[in-house]
Design a protein around this ligand. Structure first.
Ligand code: SAM
Ligand code: SF4
Length: 329
């Protein structure tokens, strides 16, 4: 078992498989050249060998993220390799869904259980403005296909002031109609984002939802960052009320119950999203040096800080330097 210095059991690994992306979202990597190629990404079969070690040490849940993970053509084989190694590992994926229509069936067959899909608007022109890619029809096709093959679906929306904040209820209703959990994520300021954009706070988001629906706070996601709310309007007692989530890093302190570490596509373990220190396993992974991978994993766990440095990081510049497309969010 991986237990850090503060007694927290670490059983959740987020793996970013590439920094590359076919979108250029305003809140993530709007200024990265379109032809950027992630040359430092490690081969997935070699990353798999580290993941097996992490599983042997007690990792029970793995989320694949990026950049855009579906840009890795052998992603289904990678997921299949994790699933074959240990069938009761929960494997999930975060994607912009652009290529999902192609891969949903093979991902499901490989052992993927759930997908989180970024969907910031239901208007084609808006998606184009936010992501710099004319992507909505293909995103919706991907969501339909994932649903058809039986993958569990969550929708992530980052509400942005004056850009898509008038669609908060539309996205909520899209989730409600289709039975997908919608999670609104507060925009997290970082130096890579478009400096002109502003996010909505969780209070603003709840205020907008309250103009049409009444709701109550259900719970905080078990070992997850979201607060879950249930709509109470028109929900007969016999029916389960529709629930949505809000991730509010500006307000909530996730550190006490944090159970996760992150592995980047170039083989670096980040013990905390908002903490600069990290441990590189690149050489050990490339050499398939299992003893060294084990040692470095233990060091990374030992180095996991008690609290993130969100406040100290943000104090001077009000912006974090960590890129979401590097850490995977
Ligand atoms: N490309 C995939 C996608 O967009 O779903 C996976 C990687 S993306 C970095 C993972 C998540 O981070 C997405 O849900 C995205 O909305 C979120 N994200 C990226 N930049 C963010 C920011 N500045 N603030 C809040 N969430 C952000
Ligand atoms: Fe790409 Fe995801 Fe970042 Fe958008 S949020 S640019 S889809 S990595």
């Amino acid at each position: 078992m991986l237990i850090d210095t503060f007694g927290r059991t670490i059983d959740y690994l987020r793996v970013s498989v590439t920094k590359q992306c076919n979108f250029r979202c305003q809140y993530c990597m709007p200024h990265t050249p379109k032809d950027f190629v992630d040359k430092s990404a490690l081969p997935l079969p070699q990353m798999l060998e580290f993941i097996k070690i992490a599983i042997d040490n007690g990792i029970k849940k793995i989320r694949i993220t990026g950049g855009e993970p579906l840009l890795r053509p052998d992603l289904s084989e990678f997921i299949g390799g994790i699933f074959t190694y240990k069938k009761d590992i929960e494997i999930t994926l975060t994607t912009n869904a652009f290529f999902l229509y192609k891969y949903a069936a093979s991902l499901k067959d490989a052992g993927l259980s759930r997908i989180n899909i970024s969907l910031d608007s239901l208007k084609p022109q808006r998606i184009k403005e936010i992501s710099q890619c004319d992507a909505l029809p293909q995103i919706l096709k991907g969501i339909d296909e994932a649903h058809r093959v039986g993958l569990g679906i969550k929708i992530n929306m980052v509400p942005l002031l004056g850009i898509n904040d008038d669609e908060i209820i539309d996205i909520l209703e899209f989730g409600k109609q289709n039975g997908y959990l919608v999670r609104f994520i507060e925009f997290m300021e970082n130096t890579h984002a478009n400096a002109a954009i502003k996010g909505l706070s969780s209070k603003d988001i709840l205020r907008i939802i309250a103009t049409k629906y009444s709701f109550e706070l259900l719970q905080k996601e078990h070992f997850g960052p979201a607060k879950i709310y249930a709509l109470s309007q028109n929900a007969p007692h016999t029916q389960k009320a529709y629930a949505f989530g809000i991730i509010s890093p500006h307000e909530d302190d996730f550190c006490q119950s944090c159970n996760r570490i992150r592995l980047t596509s170039d083989g670096v373990i980040c013990p905390c999203l908002y903490y600069q220190e990290s441990v590189s396993l690149k050489e050990a992974i490339l050499a398939n040096d299992t003893a060294q991978m084990q040692k470095l994993l233990e060091i990374a766990i030992k180095n996991k800080p008690e609290k993130n440095q969100w406040d100290t990081n943000m104090v001077e510049s009000k912006h974090s330097a960590r890129a979401f497309y590097y850490t995977g969010g």
